[in-house]
Design a protein around this ligand. Structure first.
Ligand SMILES: Cc1cc2nc3c(=O)[nH]c(=O)nc-3n(C[C@H](O)[C@H](O)[C@H](O)COP(=O)(O)OP(=O)(O)OC[C@H]3O[C@@H](n4cnc5c(N)ncnc54)[C@H](O)[C@@H]3O)c2cc1C
Length: 467
């Protein structure tokens, strides 16, 4: 009898719940499927993900073998069953939302039909959506009560996984797919992938930055957040390992704030379970009638970091150059796109999906619906970030701006947040001519703020049948 361990976004050996159980089997196949339909070729988000798969395969292939298959998941499962008729058990960590959840549902039907016993686990979150609920039938909508309940729940401790290479198939079952995989990964840029890199990142963060996380986390120039998001997204580190590392530390404000951020991750997963249509639909019905402008030229300027608002531009350039953006800046750029440029948040969400090496559907959609005020427990529509005051507050000396907007590098602090305030003489003096070296602001924030509020109010009245 043969068992399959089907990996997805759990690219690790340590504390991998499904693998822990699969390791007890005597004839085991390790499997990863690539669905090309899901692959946006060349996008940093996918490059980073497949670099992690490649790294994981390389590690496993040292004394076992990660089988790769290419194509539609159900078709591939059929091929595997034809090739291995003794296959009778499958182990995997299941997905609760989005593409993964619908794939798992289709796969369950296949397994039932073929009499393959399913052993599936919740692995990605400290608490699955069903574990922290208001009542048996009701999910939370607001973060604070959710967080209170979430804190009280007991967190699982990491499992020690002992691979038994002697029980794992080492020959390649589908060489043609392995060849396709080699082609897919051959030109990938280098990423700091793998369990080891993830654990080092965690250890360094806990040692150096955890205690002061509450104070430093909002200042992009300090770069004092953990950067664990990309490893949590691929599962190169388990969330329980992160939690356990925190529990060994002194109970500081820094630690408490960081734990709360991990709760946001669980919260947005739960929200996605309770609003499965949230990728395409605003959660709040009141804001389904906003009249977006969707100006293409503005969208391109936002993507390219050419809006004339220095901190917005620095953030968007950081995303393009590194595939990552600081949380404060994700909030500022998302607010700017939706409330200042009046561009539908769904365009921004899709752009981040392509660009972010830590792209996670639940957190990204959650973050965008929060910023666009369309989500549950989102920022109220009338509290609109002022991109200039945000810049003065969170990048006071312009250190972050200077790093990414090189043409502003030599400006004195008094102009760094608003270069358009310089006279022509001052521009010449600093070697930076507006309209030539750096753009004038593409919109007037005060006017756009008023317009945005009016559009949100219109939508609210319209949805209530008052207009
Ligand atoms: C518009 C927008 C889009 C976002 N898109 C994503 C995304 O695609 N993937 C993603 O992982 N996060 C996303 N976030 C949340 C947050 O910005 C990132 O998790 C964080 O910046 C990652 O950096 P870090 O690991 O250094 O975070 P840290 O500050 O070190 O936080 C530790 C961990 O807590 C979790 N976390 C922190 N803040 C949040 C949050 N607001 N929501 C959910 N989880 C959080 C993450 O897993 C993170 O790795 C988004 C936020 C916004 C406003």
């Amino acid at each position: 009898m043969t068992s399959v361990m089907w990996f997805r976004r759990d690219l690790r050996v340590n504390d991998n719940k499904a693998l822990y159980h699969a390791c007890k089997e005597e004839d085991l196949i390790l499997l990863f499927q690539v669905n090309p339909e899901q692959f946006i070729k060349g996008s940093p988000s996918h490059q980073a993900f497949f670099a992690s798969v490649a790294h994981f395969k390389q590690e496993l292939n040292k004394n076992t073998h990660l089988q790769i298959m290419f194509g539609d998941p159900i078709e591939l499962l059929k091929q595997l069953k034809e090739k291995i008729p003794t296959w009778d058990k499958v182990f995997f960590n299941r997905d609760e939302t989005g593409y993964g959840a619908s794939r798992d549902e289709a796969a369950q039907a296949f397994f039932a039909d073929k009499e393959i016993t399913v052993h599936s686990y919740h692995d990605s979150y400290l608490h699955s959506a069903e574990e922290v609920k208001k009542s048996a039938t009701e999910y939370y909508k607001i973060f604070t009560p959710y967080y209170k309940k979430w804190r009280e729940e007991i967190k699982e401790i990491p499992l020690k996984v002992a691979l038994k290479p002697e029980n794992i198939r080492k020959e390649s079952l589908f060489p043609k797919y392995e060849e396709q995989f080699r082609e897919l990964i051959q030109d990938l840029p280098a990423f700091d992938s793998g369990e080891k890199a993830a654990n080092t990142r965690l250890a360094n963060f806990v040692k150096e930055d955890l205690a002061n996380y509450d104070k430093a986390r909002d200042v992009p120039a300090l770069d004092k957040t953990s950067h664990l998001s990309r490893y949590l997204r691929t599962g190169e580190i388990s969330i329980r390992t992160v939690w356990q590392a925190l529990q060994k530390e002194e109970a500081t404000e820094g630690r408490a704030t960081f734990e709360k951020e991990l709760c946001w991750r669980d919260f947005y997963n739960m929200i996605y379970v309770s609003f499965p249509k949230q990728k395409n639909e605003p959660i709040q019905e009141n804001y389904r009638f906003i009249e977006w402008e969707n100006n293409r030229e503005f969208f391109k300027k936002w993507q390219d970091g050419q809006t004339g608002f220095p901190l917005v531009d620095a953030a968007m350039r950081q995303l393009k150059e590194t595939g990552w953006m600081h949380n404060r800046l994700r909030m500022i750029t998302a607010s700017f796109l939706t409330k200042d440029l009046l561009i539908d948040w769904r365009f921004g969400e899709k752009y981040f999906q392509q660009m972010l090496i830590d792209y996670d559907p639940a957190s990204n959609i959650g973050g965008w619906q929060w910023a666009a005020s369309t989500g549950t427990d989102a920022v109220p529509y009338f509290r609109i970030f002022n991109p200039t005051t945000q810049s003065e507050k969170f990048d006071p000396d312009g250190r972050f701006i200077r790093k990414y907007v090189k043409e502003l590098r030599d400006l004195p602090a008094k102009f760094i947040h608003q270069p358009e305030k310089m006279s022509e003489t001052e521009q010449q003096e600093h070697g930076m001519i507006l309209g030539k070296d750096y753009p004038f602001p593409i919109i007037d924030h005060k006017e756009r703020r008023k317009l945005a509020i009016a559009r949100y109010e219109f939508s609210k009245e319209h949805s209530r049948g008052n207009i």
